[in-house]
Ligand binder design. Structure first.
Ligand code: C5P
Length: 222
């Protein structure tokens, strides 16, 4: 029985979520999708109609909202003020707005506190995001940084969206690049591997191979 914390960080389109869910299920661990929390916070900001260049107003809107996320791998439970937003957080509007919202330090402080509180309740947990190994859980049992070549990431995302048109795939690639640049260059908790993270490149690997590799590392990390 695995006891401990596995962190899974990395840019978008690496297959991070499906790997994290599968690993959590295999380990019998809880699962926390911190990206879903930042996306739910973005819903609150959009619905409050605040100016996206006003960091204080963004932070106020997020702290006023009741944001709940589930901690099991087999269900996606995300609510804002009691409304199910599991589908909406995956839409284009939220995806476009989430990076500027998550770059606001007061928003990060609030959500990081909640993330640590949720993790503290679990004996075993898999947490995915951008800053989990570097900031949220610096003493985690196992830290994975998942990467993949940009083309592989764009194709994976296009596949999820059912897009086959090369022009649209190029647009998806540009969107991913923009979001990753934003996430990597922000001052507070930028996207980067922790010094003690194991870097796994998923280019050309199927999900099962990546899951096997992480499980193997988890078994030897205990
Ligand atoms: O993982 P996902 O693509 O759902 O994350 C959405 C966005 O939330 C990221 O692009 C990033 O801006 C933000 N995020 C973050 N820190 C995390 C998780 C997500 O800033 N730990």
């Amino acid at each position: 029985q695995f006891r401990g914390q596995v962190t899974l960080d990395g840019p978008s389109g690496t297959g991070k979520s499906s790997v994290a869910r599968a690993v959590a299920t295999q380990l019998g661990a809880a699962y926390l999708d911190t990206g879903a929390m930042y996306r739910a916070a973005t819903v609150a900001v959009l619905d409050a109609g605040v100016d996206l260049s006003d960091a204080e107003a963004i932070a106020r809107a997020v702290s006023a909202a009741d944001i709940q996320v589930g901690t099991t791998a087999d269900a996606e439970l995300v609510t804002v003020d009691g409304v199910d937003v599991a589908e909406r957080i995956r839409g284009a509007e939220v995806t476009r707005t989430v990076s500027p919202v998550s770059a606001v330090p007061a928003v990060r402080r609030l959500l990081v506190d909640r993330q640590r509180a949720l993790v503290a309740e679990a004996h075993a947990v898999v947490v995915e995001g951008r800053d989990i190994g570097t900031v949220v859980l610096p003493d985690a049992t196992l830290k994975i940084y998942l990467t993949a070549a940009p083309e592989a990431r764009a194709e994976r995302r296009a596949g999820q969206l059912g897009v086959t048109d090369p022009g649209r795939i190029a647009e998806i690639a540009a969107d991913l690049r923009r979001r990753d640049e934003y996430d990597s260059s922000r001052a507070d908790s930028p996207l980067r591997p922790a010094a003690d993270a194991v870097v796994v490149d998923s280019t050309g690997l199927d999900r099962e191979a990546v899951v096997e590799r992480v499980l193997e590392l988890a078994r030897t990390a205990v």
